[in-house]
Design a protein around this ligand. Structure first.
Ligand code: PMP
Length: 357
């Protein structure tokens, strides 16, 4: 008799619950920080032509040289920095932690923040230390520095702006942490398109800084493309755990084409930012609802009795992210993605009705 899976699979994996993606068929989908806008028809035609001619019988360019050159220009990556691509930035987090997973290694992150930092550390058998944010979700640099001194983390992850709180941390506090980090510091700029600050130019100042971006939030979530920029001394080793053809032919072709129309992505981001302001103001007006200021394409807000509100929204065809129970500081909290004016309108009506019911 072969062994049962439970005797083979690692205990820490058995203990996990997989990342759950709820069914959103027919719903107003405001749970996943997607850009609600499609590409204009003329760009769709250009994309279709490229796809028609694509050599799908061949493996992709493993180095993705052409796409990297385009990304360097589009993201203003300093010439001295190297670039590593992932099948989404999730995969880059995985490569980083996998490469650093020496026995006894620690990864440090903030909490609440993006859950995949902790989850992927778990997948790789690496200890994760989560340092709490202040109650107002600002960064407590002294606490992070004390934890870094105590645990000597191989990697520190900071999302800038942070998910799910939406705020940018104080750049001065982040700089202090980079300077004191015993290993590499990853500044995850997944929501950069909606924020005015970036650490990209600071790559020149810090040999242990790695800046991560993604195309997912700015209109290309379906392509799965993440980007890591940083010193070649780090990326040359991290790149060794990259699977050879991790960025597929269609992603390389289409991302390169769409990035030639950066003005369109920028216009869409500007529309989302304008809607973010309106959504924030409208949320503030609903009695019992407290939104938190955001530099991302989503808003964190608190209401009474989150689970009842979540179900009320679902019954009215609106799907957002219920954060109640995910972290002690997120009791009765939700995260809503900024959608189109129409989607946001439907969400706001459903929320008012539910809160008043
Ligand atoms: N970093 C942060 C902070 C995120 O919120 C997300 C997506 N939720 C990611 C990384 C992963 O993005 P992707 O894998 O789509 O590039």
């Amino acid at each position: 008799m072969p062994k049962a899976p439970e005797e083979i699979i690692r205990d820490e994996i058995l203990a996990l619950t997989g990342y759950h993606v709820p069914d959103s068929t027919g719903m107003v989908k405001l749970d996943a920080m997607e850009n609600p806008y499609r590409l204009p028809a003329e760009v769709q035609v250009e994309v279709a032509r490229l796809v028609e001619r694509a050599a799908l019988n061949r493996y992709p360019d493993s180095d993705a040289a052409r796409l990297k050159a385009r990304l360097r220009e589009a993201m203003q990556i300093p010439a001295a920095a190297d670039v590593l691509l992932g099948n989404g930035s999730d995969e880059i987090i995985q490569m980083l932690i996998m490469a650093a997973a020496r026995p006894g290694a620690t990864v440090l992150g903030l909490e609440p923040s993006f859950v995949m930092f902790r989850m992927i550390a778990g997948f790789c058998g690496v200890r994760f230390v989560g340092v709490p944010l202040n109650p107002d979700f600002t960064l407590n640099a002294d606490r992070v520095l004390a934890a870094a001194a105590e645990h000597r983390p191989a990697l520190i992850f900071v999302a800038f702006p942070n998910n799910p709180t939406g705020n940018l941390f104080d750049p001065g506090a982040i700089a202090r942490i980079i300077e004191a980090a015993p290993g590499a510091m990853v500044v995850d700029e997944a929501y950069h398109a909606f924020a005015d600050r970036t650490f990209m130019p600071r790559l020149k100042d810090y040999p242990n800084l790695l800046v991560m971006r993604t195309l997912s939030k700015s209109g290309l979530a379906g392509l799965r493309l993440g980007v890591l920029a940083g010193a070649g001394t780090w990326l040359a080793h991290v790149g060794k755990v990259r699977l050879p053809y991790n960025v597929n032919v269609l992603t390389q072709l289409v991302a390169d084409k769409v990035l030639q129309h950066q003005d369109i992505l920028a216009q869409q981001a500007a529309a989302i930012k304008a809607e973010r302001t309106r959504l924030f103001d409208e949320l503030k007006r609903i009695p019992g609802v407290r939104p938190y200021p955001s530099d991302a394409n989503f808003i964190l807000f608190r209401t009474g009795t989150a689970d009842r509100v979540f179900n009320g929204l679902k019954q009215r065809g609106v799907l957002i992210k219920n954060l109640n129970g995910s972290h002690p500081s997120l009791v009765d909290c939700f995260r809503v993605t900024v959608g189109t004016p129409e989607e946001n309108g439907k969400f706001l009506s459903a929320l008012s009705e539910t809160v008043n019911a």
